[in-house]
Design a protein around this ligand. Structure first.
Ligand SMILES: CC(C)(COP(=O)(O)OP(=O)(O)OC[C@H]1O[C@@H](n2cnc3c(N)ncnc32)[C@H](O)[C@@H]1OP(=O)(O)O)[C@@H](O)C(=O)NCCC(=O)NCCS
Length: 196
């Protein structure tokens, strides 16, 4: 009998009593395209997996998740669970009904949170990353954060620019930490934003 992958995600989702399915955080126009920041809903599972496959195919300079249906469902359920427990802030970016990116802010339990985000290629360069950083900061504050942390490759100047623009400063650097796809190396830069 075939396994209904969605039913597990839906069950996990129903368990998340404090969550409001797909709650809209912000809607705006980015280069004339309707853009929405929102919480996930159970029906997002397939699109969530497809978005991560796209990010991996595009060789983004951050985490790349090789998700199949099982690992994708598990990851999605973990996100939904942690979101419902206020251990995680998680924002999906939707344009014209398609998921084009995500951002997260992960609680340490000690008032500092780790932030990350990624957009698929066609959604970049139109201000969404900057807006998403502000939205993640707001989510972090809601969850009790006082300090924010992130890591970024030195070979990712547009990301570094965005982080500096919204108030992060370099606090450390791991020299030649990352081996990139072409075999060359770059640094891993740690950045913080204090007293948010
Ligand atoms: C990094 C990322 C989130 C930024 O989001 P975005 O929507 O493209 O960013 P924005 O459009 O808000 O801003 C981009 C800024 O970078 C600037 N920029 C673009 N190329 C640049 C470069 N080579 N050097 C410096 N700045 C650059 C733009 O001018 C713009 O700044 P401005 O608004 O002050 O003019 C997005 O590009 C992305 O998802 N990349 C792939 C995944 C990734 O790298 N994630 C971060 C891992 S740490």
């Amino acid at each position: 009998m075939p396994v209904d992958l969605f039913s597990d995600a839906e069950d996990a989702y129903k368990g998340a009593s404090s969550m409001q399915e797909g709650r809209i955080i912000k809607t705006f126009q980015a280069n004339g395209v309707d853009t929405t920041f929102r919480w996930p809903c159970a029906a997002d599972l397939d699109a969530f997996i497809e978005m991560h496959r796209t990010l991996t195919r595009e060789e983004v300079m951050c985490r790349r998740l090789e998700l199949d249906r099982d690992s994708g469902r598990m990851m999605f359920e973990d996100i939904v669970h942690d979101l419902s427990q206020d251990k995680l802030g998680y924002i999906l970016v939707e344009q014209d009904g398609r998921l084009v990116g995500e951002g997260f802010t992960n609680s340490s339990g000690y008032q500092y949170f780790t932030v990350g985000l990624a957009l698929i290629d066609r959604a970049r360069g139109m201000g969404i990353g900057t807006a998403l950083m502000w939205a993640l900061e707001e989510e972090s504050r809601r969850l009790g954060a006082r300090r924010l942390f992130l890591s970024v490759w030195s070979a990712n100047p547009s990301a570094i620019h965005v982080y500096e623009k919204v108030g992060y400063n370099e606090c450390g650097r791991r020299s030649r930490w990352v081996q990139m796809d072409d075999g060359s190396e770059c640094d891993m830069i740690d950045m913080v934003k204090l007293d948010i």
